[in-house]
Write a protein that binds this ligand. Sequence first.
Ligand code: ATP
Ligand code: MG
Length: 359
Amino acid sequence: MGSDAHRAAAPPEGAALGGAHESEPQVSFRHVGKQFRPRFGRSVTALEDISFDVRRGEIFGIIGRSGAGKSTLIRLVNGLEKPTTGQVMVDGVDVGSQGNAGLTALRRRVGMVFQGFNLLASRTVEDNVALPLRLTGTGLAEARRRACEVLDLVGLADKARAYPARLSGGQKQRTGIARALVQQPDLLLSDEATSALDPETTAGILALLRDINRTLGLTILLITHEMDVIRRVAGRVAVLEGGRIVEIGHAWQVFAAPRHAATRAMLAPVHGAPGGLTGIEAGHTLFAITQSGDDPPLDLTALAAPLGQGGRLLGNFAGEQAGRNATHLLLSAATDDVAACLSRLRAVAPTAEVLPYAG
Ligand SMILES: Nc1ncnc2c1ncn2[C@@H]1O[C@H](COP(=O)(O)OP(=O)(O)OP(=O)(O)O)[C@@H](O)[C@H]1O
Ligand SMILES: [Mg+2]
C-alpha cells in the first residue's frame, strides 16, 4: 500500500468523488436493451429492459449462466457497446451518446480487468502497467513512477522489471488490476477476472479487490458465473437470465433465500457448503435479523417464543451492512399472522425483517 496519489481512506457512504453529485448513483441502467443484428443470421436480444443502480463505493456482483448477457452489460458501461434502447449513465453522463472525446475521458475514470489479462509479452510488468498513461501522453519517468505505486498496491513491487511470461496466473491478474488502477479510476469493471485461476489464487485476487474497494473507495462492478466468487465479496448482486434481471438484492439474501430457478441452479454447486439454505419448510415464513459488530449480543433463547411452535433457527450468514461486517441470522416460523410474529420478534431484535422467499 502507500500510494499517496490515491485517496487514502474509503469515503463515507454516498460521498462524492470526481465532482459528481452526492446522491447520484455511480452507474445507472435505465430500461436498457441491446440487440445484436449480424449481417447474416438472426438478430440476438442480449439484454432486455435492464434497470438498476450501482451505488458509489459498493461491490456489485452480476451473475448469470453463460450467454445470459453479463459481458454485454459490462461493456455498455465503458462504451465498448452502445445500448439499442434505454440509457446507461455513469456519474450522470449518458455513455451511449458520447463521441470519441467523451469516451476517452470516460474510460480514464473506468478501469477494466479481463479474464485473459491482455498483457504485452515484449514489455516488462512496469511498462505494461504504465501503458495507459503513456498512451495518454504521460512522460516515461512519471508513468513508470505511477506504475510502481500501483504495483506496490497489488503486492507486485518486486516484479516491476519482470516480463509477463515469468509470472504466475495470479501475478498476471494482479498486473492487469494494477494497469486498470494506474489512471486512478472511480469505477472498476471486472469481467470474469478470476475464472482462469485456481481456488487459492482466486481467493487472493478477491481479497485484493475487496482491499482496493475499501482503501481507495473504488466502486467495483464484478461479473462472474461463479456464485462462490460473488458470495465472498459482493454487497449486492443481480442475477441475469436470458438478458433480463430475474433477481436483485443483498448478496447474503440472494444466497440464503434464492427466489428464481436460475439462481438456485447456479447455487447448486455451492449448496451444502455454508451459504445456501436448504430444507425451508413449505408454508413457513422467513425472517432475518442483522447484527453488526457494535450491537449488543442477541439472546438466542429469547427468539424462540416470538417464533412460536415449529420456529427454527436456520443459520447465519456473513454479510455487510452500510459497509461494515455484519451477521444475518435466518429464522423461520409457521405462522398465519406474519405481522404479529414480526412485531414480537422486533421486541427482542429490532432489525428483524421478513424475507421474501418463493418456497
Ligand atoms: N458481437 C456480438 N454479435 C452477436 N451476438 C452477440 C455478440 N456479443 C454477444 N452476443 C450474444 O449475446 C448474448 C449474451 O452474450 P454475453 O457475452 O453478454 O454473455 P455472458 O453472460 O457474458 O456469457 P459468458 O458467461 O459465456 O461469458 C449471447 O447470446 C451472445 O451470443
Ligand atoms: Mg462473458
